[in-house]
Design a protein around this ligand. Structure first.
Ligand code: GUN
Length: 289
């Protein structure tokens, strides 16, 4: 069984990006600049944004982190978004999700200038992606596409089952995998919380992509022999034996899988680092346009 080592692959791609940034710096004297808005103190979001900022430093990008308190108002966030939209020094920016319950995420997303939307979440970029036109691709699905490509995992004609219909992972994943060309050309099924018999679908999957946010919900008996398993879930489960009081696990229960599947991503160190790399690639693209 092959371990799809997202951490190592991300390190390789970051090294490639770093070299490109060095060339740009010498030629134009300008380096790509990513900004991130982080609202409140969601512990997982803090870790993700810290990783994004640290990755920018590693490859020579500029980064700016804008922190806002949990009780921030909708209009205060919109003001910050407008500033970033109009700041010629910022090539691209993200608003880390989830936002606090009292904030209307859709309204914030709609306010982001599509040319700076390096997360690929705005309607313009989602529309362009769906039409197969150049756009910023959403970070996690694109990270998975990069991983499949770099590991030489063919998708043409394969049965791919995606679990979870979120706007930022499951739904765009189905669009990218069914596009013409490799990686793509797959026959894609999207399962979600109202799917009647999830196991019926998962057992048919040559490639199974789980993005449901339910700890270890998919067990070995639900998986096809020889399948490729991509686990997007990063769940915190209480565990008194750990120093932090919790352990991280994916949506897949790995017990008994090693001898059954052909390849799988670890959690952590699988899809997560690839998401960050996609964001960096989009930011580099933004800085060139
Ligand atoms: N929350 C979980 N994943 C993501 C992501 O890729 N981008 C943003 N902005 N928020 C997220």
């Amino acid at each position: 069984m092959l371990v799809l080592d997202g951490k190592a692959l991300a390190a390789t791609i970051k090294e490639e990006l770093k070299q490109e940034v060095d060339v740009i710096r010498q030629a134009a004297g300008k380096i790509p600049h990513l900004a991130a808005i982080l609202v409140g103190d969601n512990p997982a979001s803090q870790v993700y944004v810290r990783n994004k900022v640290r990755s920018c430093e590693q490859i020579g990008f500029r980064s700016t982190l804008i922190r806002m308190p949990e009780d921030v108002t909708q209009s205060e966030i919109l003001t910050e978004v407008a500033k970033l939209n109009n700041d010629p020094d910022v090539d691209g920016f993200i608003v880390q999700l989830p936002l606090p319950k009292h904030i209307d995420e859709d309204q914030i997303n709609l306010a982001i200038e599509p040319r700076k939307d390096v997360d690929g979440f705005t309607p313009v970029n989602i529309g362009l992606m769906t039409l197969g036109l150049p756009s910023y691709l959403p970070a996690t699905p694109n990270g998975i596409m990069t991983m499949l490509e770099r590991y030489g995992i063919q998708t043409t004609g394969k049965e791919v089952v995606v679990l979870g219909r979120s706007n930022i992972v499951g739904t765009p994943m189905t669009v990218l995998l069914s596009r013409k060309g490799e990686p793509g050309n797959a026959t894609v099924t999207l399962c979600h919380s109202r799917t009647e018999d999830m196991a019926f679908h998962t057992k048919r999957a040559d490639i199974l992509i789980a993005a449901i946010g339910r700890p270890e919900m998919i067990t070995a008996d639900m998986v096809k022999e020889g399948a490729v398993i991509i686990d997007v879930g990063i769940n915190r489960v209480d565990d008194a034996t750990k120093k932090r009081g919790y352990r991280l696990c994916g949506d897949i229960d790995y017990a008994g899988l090693e001898s059954k599947v052909s390849a799988m991503t670890p959690v952590p160190g699988g899809v997560g680092p690839m998401t960050v790399v996609s964001l960096l690639m989009n930011t580099l693209q933004a800085s060139k346009s």
